[in-house]
Ligand binder design. Structure first.
Ligand code: SF4
Ligand code: SF4
Length: 465
């Protein structure tokens, strides 16, 4: 009787440069053939696995588990597997892989619906869903919690991911990874949590990654309280982690804007490959208001730069490391050019400013009290108006400048010890506007908001002098 021959099953092979060290293969191999290396691979900055195939039975489980398109693969006859050059094994990344192209996002029409009456935090969460975000990471914190709560319920039903991370630092790094794959991602946070995310935001800026940070600001410093304060204007405008960092920062003042500006934030973050901050305040996050849904939602695409798991994107690399001084300086010059290009995104709203000789400057919830004060002052014959930045970075200098010649008093109304007034002075000065009208302020802090009556009294007192 002829003896049956047992065909040996192919064993795995790995080019370490294609291993991201996720460890999936380690956990599936019951023979213990795969272990983490103890050295960083200099070509990738990652720690790959090492194979010892003495006990390997060729079951192939590790190959199936490996998510990398050029990761673990079956050994083929006739291939020189001692060769450690990925280009000679699989072809050169830059010449044999197809050129990655942009798969653009699509607008999907939505039928008209009745308006919703919802909290600002819910409005922002719905805006994120409609913008195509399906990856929300967070370490929930009051007064932003309802946003995370709603997305925790909805995201899994929409095929998305909600992950309560172990910390804010983990949150921002989950966002880094997701954004690197070219996917829309976001978080809800509040002031102390935002402070903890700043290092990661700097990394995202350096690596040119999109991501939306909804910061529902609360009273500080320290843990402070959970009441509204415009506590993080300086951080958003000038302190997004170390180095040369800026991000468009939107400052909504109604639940409707919480939705609209969140959708805009996703669009701008992909347009500029940069994080975008939505700076709300605790009152706005909790405030209930009428919200009209848009007539479309977004089906995201895949940008050409994304590290996406297909052949055409294998040439891409996302990193913020530039070891040589000249390279890093060049990178910074590139970022500066991008920040300059972002200046066209400055947005604002002017209310009764055409003939105003008293111009209030306010954003977020304080703008609502300021608007009421303008109406009350007009009834008393005072030519008052409101200038409301919708972006605090870039500051809408070009819209404010034409109002100045007929303005006698510029009154900055804010829930902070002068962070917005500083933005006015700094940005007007940088724009070459060195002579400003007389500036004064109505400021509250610690969770106390400026009230309409005190703004009116302040302006009347100014005019009495
Ligand atoms: S083929 Fe099977 S036995 Fe061999 S390394 Fe992979 S998982 Fe382990
Ligand atoms: S599964 Fe693939 S990418 Fe992950 S550690 Fe193993 S070889 Fe590396």
């Amino acid at each position: 009787m002829a003896q049956a021959t047992v065909k040996e099953r192919p064993k795995p092979y790995l080019v370490p440069e294609y291993c991201k060290g996720c460890g999936r293969c380690v956990s599936v191999c019951v023979k213990g053939c795969i272990a983490f290396d103890d050295e960083i691979n200099p070509a990738t900055g990652l720690v790959p696995v090492v194979l010892d195939l003495t006990k390997c039975n060729g079951c192939g489980l590790c190959i199936e588990a490996c998510p990398e398109p050029y990761g673990l693969r079956e050994m083929e006859a006739g291939v020189d597997y001692d060769l450690q050059d990925p280009a000679r094994l699989f072809g050169d990344k830059l010449t044999t892989a197809p050129e990655p192209v942009d798969i653009p996002p699509r607008k999907i029409p939505l039928p008209a619906t009745e308006p919703l009456v919802i909290k600002g935090n819910y409005a922002a969460a719905i805006g994120a869903m409609l913008a195509g975000c399906r990856h929300m990471f967070g370490y929930p914190i009051t007064p932003s919690t309802e946003g995370a709560e709603l997305l925790a319920k909805i995201m899994p039903k929409m095929g998305g991911v909600f992950l309560q991370a172990v910390s804010e630092v983990a949150t921002v790094n989950h966002m880094y990874g997701t954004a690197g794959a070219g996917l829309p991602t976001m978080t809800f946070t509040s002031s102390p949590g935002f402070s903890l995310m700043l290092e990661g935001i700097s990394y995202m800026v350096g690596a040119e990654l999109p991501g939306v940070f909804i910061n529902v600001m609360r009273g500080g410093p320290g843990l402070g309280n959970i009441a509204p304060e415009q506590a993080d204007i300086k951080l958003a405008c000038h302190g997004l982690g170390h180095g040369n960092t800026h991000a468009i920062s939107l400052v909504p003042s109604t639940p409707q804007e919480m939705l609209d500006l969140t959708m805009l934030a996703f669009e701008l973050s992909f347009k500029y490959r940069n994080p975008v901050i939505v700076l709300a305040d605790g009152y706005l996050g909790q405030m209930t208001g009428k919200v009209v849904l848009p007539n479309h939602q977004i089906d995201p695409g895949i940008p050409s730069w994304a590290v996406w798991g297909d052949a055409s994107h294998r040439r891409n690399l996302i990193s913020s490391i530039y070891i040589t001084e000249a390279d890093l300086e060049e990178r910074n010059l590139h970022l500066n050019a991008k920040y300059e290009a972002m200046q066209v995104e400055a947005r604002s709203e002017s209310f009764m400013t055409d003939d105003a000789d008293v111009v209030l400057v306010a954003c977020n919830t304080p703008a609502r009290a300021a608007k009421g004060a303008v109406e009350a002052l007009r009834q008393r014959g005072v030519k008052a108006g409101l200038f409301r930045p919708v972006t605090i970075w870039p500051f809408p200098v070009e819209a404010l400048t034409p109002l100045l010649p007929h303005t006698r008093h510029l009154v900055v109304v804010e829930a902070s010890p002068g962070q917005i007034a500083d933005e006015v002075r700094l940005n007007m000065s940088r724009a070459g506007v060195t002579v400003l009208p007389e500036m004064s302020h109505v400021r509250r802090m610690g969770g106390v908001l400026p009230q309409q009556a005190e703004i009116v009294d302040h302006v009347l007192a100014l005019r009495a002098h």
